[in-house]
Write a protein that binds this ligand. Sequence first.
Ligand SMILES: Nc1ncnc2c1ncn2[C@@H]1O[C@H](COP(=O)(O)OP(=O)(O)OP(=O)(O)O)[C@@H](O)[C@H]1O
Length: 297
Amino acid sequence: MTKVLSVSAVDRSFAGRQVLKDVTFDVTAGRMTGFVGANGAGKTTTMRIVLGVLAADSGEVTWGGVPLTRAERQAFGYMPEERGLYPKMSVREQVVYLGRLHGLSAAEAKRSADDLLERVGLGERADSTLETLSLGNQQRAQVVAALVHDPEVLVLDEPFSGLDPMAVDNVVTVLRERARAGTAVLFSSHQLDVVERLCDDLVIIADGTIRAAGEREALRTRYARRQFELAVDSDLGWLRDRPATTMVDLDGRRAVVELEDGADDQELLRDALARGPVRTFRPVVPTLAEIFREVTQ
Ligand SMILES: Nc1ncnc2c1ncn2[C@@H]1O[C@H](COP(=O)(O)OP(=O)(O)OP(=O)(O)O)[C@@H](O)[C@H]1O
């Protein structure tokens, strides 16, 4: 059976100010869950509670339906917000050391470190000390450090911040592979375009409360308005006077309209065809940025 990491009804306050309220969501093995929210929304606090670095005031975190033990949490892969590698030690040495700490043999740790460093584009810098690397390369090393022991659960706080697009792609590829092999991956990010591309499931948090959570495509469908894009060979100004139709965007021969509930989209298509050829007719699916705006307003 697929294992699920469940965060259930978690509350947390700091100095009398509640920063997490009834936080509840699941992270499923074999899937990538993107955790998005504005600065201060509560992502890092939630991740720390998942890892047991911080205690919840109430609520619980379970893995496979059972509350997490300390040993299980220690076996998770974690990339904390405060990056944890030593500036004066070589990248390979540290990654191997962390692998050993997590129970790998010396040979396994070295094999895993070299393989991962190569895959994220750090192969040639493996013997450099962390402090001599660019910030982006340090970030790649941090991701490798969280992955080296092939954990069942991976929790990554902003793994893409500061990475150039090529580095994002390298890291994305490695994370996807891990998820495909059965790892439960939870990652936070401000970069909605990256999350949109990468996640299977999505959790949106604002002001310490979960505003939406679930499968990415299901959320898209849930938040879809009845909007349609239409492109034809002549001017679409007639749509302005069409009943039950609101113009969202008009650019001459291309328009996006919203239909009232109950209005038939095929009738719109027929009206357009009656005026000439139709080049595009499709429902507009909301982007993650649009869903985010709608649920966090
Ligand atoms: N140790 C602490 N003491 C007091 N307040 C804290 C502490 N840690 C977090 N907070 C507060 O809790 C709220 C949530 O912070 P958190 O770091 O979890 O947000 P975040 O979503 O990770 O934000 P960011 O994207 O900026 O990292 C913020 O208002 C923050 O100031």
